[in-house]
Design a binder for this molecule. Structure first.
Ligand code: SPV
Ligand code: MG
Length: 299
């Protein structure tokens, strides 16, 4: 099944599904091997892994290049964090075209202004896009997609901006009517109260995706009970890798030796396996001429 159609199933099936963060070809492959049905190409994680901030400091084509590696190394669908779409409707629809060309399954755009700021930062600097402008962006994207199953998710930042339930519902409804395939309702509270209030008011009008980074202690069953369609675990591969890299770098620096590090890192064989090195060995046998004799052999 096409990646786009696989992702459609995730969004439309009433049962709760989970989408796991990745930020490069390797982490995307690890997510797939872990059993997840979908990958979240997180803007925060991709920018952090490139050593820059989550403020559109990495250009959209630089992000596209990362996405290409992620898509090539996996067979499950990728939902891309498209931030604000990198500009107006025209930039957003061009982004969508380029994503489709790379077999990306869907893109999520948020109703903020370019350049965006991470939702967990700058309490007072989360300016939202006008509803009409953002709705036009969604329409332009839906009109542009070639594959009917490509998914456009509209992310509502009303709660993030400190606006209440009424504004959150108003925006979600406008984006649904503009053609969004699902709504991502974001919240930075440490409890699920905002999401709960939204889900009750929303009454399953359209699929809803959530990102429980801050309300992480909420039991997953609660999301099911509220009728959430998909959960994005948005940044744990990035955070796990930071922790692992900091520990091993410190250890090797302190020891001036790698002797004690060997047992606590992945084996080289595991690196080669993840790179699918075997396939190249097989292909070499098939396509390369037999190894030429060396000068030594000729003597
Ligand atoms: C991301 O992973 O980049 C997101 C989710 O947009 S969050 O960081 O929670 O806003
Ligand atoms: Mg993001």
């Amino acid at each position: 099944m096409k990646k786009t159609s696989q992702f459609r199933r995730i969004i439309q099936s009433p049962e709760l599904d989970f989408i796991m963060e990745a930020h490069n070809g390797l982490s995307a492959k690890i997510v797939e091997e872990s059993g997840f049905k979908g990958i979240w190409a997180s803007g925060l994680s991709i920018s952090a892994s490139l050593g820059v901030r989550d403020n559109n400091e990495a250009s959209w084509t630089q992000v596209l290049e990362v996405l290409e590696f992620m898509s090539d190394s996996t067979s499950i669908p990728i939902l891309v964090d498209g931030d604000t779409g990198y500009g107006n409707f025209n930039n957003a629809r061009r982004l969508l075209q380029k994503l489709e060309q790379r077999q990306i399954a869907g893109v999520c755009i948020e109703d903020k202004l370019f350049p965006k700021t991470n939702s967990f930062l700058n309490d007072n600097a989360q300016s939202l896009a006008q509803i009409e402008e953002f709705s036009g962006k969604i329409k332009a994207m839906k009109d542009t997609q070639q594959d009917d199953d490509f998914t456009v998710v509209a992310r509502v930042e009303a709660f993030i901006a400190g606006l209440g339930l009424k504004e959150a519902v108003k925006r979600a409804e406008a984006y649904r009517q503009a053609g969004a395939d699902a709504i991502l309702m974001h919240s930075k509270r440490s409890d699920i109260s905002e999401i709960e209030a939204f889900m009750k008011e929303w009454a399953d009008r359209h699929p809803v995706i959530i990102v429980p980074t801050k309300y992480y202690s909420t039991p997953t069953q609660r999301f099911r009970d509220l009728g959430v369609h998909a959960v994005i675990w948005a940044n744990h591969n990035l955070r796990a890798s930071i922790d692992a890299m900091q520990r091993i770098s410190r250890k090797i620096y302190q020891d001036s030796s790698i002797a004690e590090a060997e047992g606590s890192v992945a084996s080289l064989d595991e690196v080669f396996r993840l790179q699918n090195t075997n396939e190249l060995h097989q292909a070499e046998k098939k396509y390369l001429p037999p190894p030429s004799r060396t000068i030594g052999d000729l003597k």
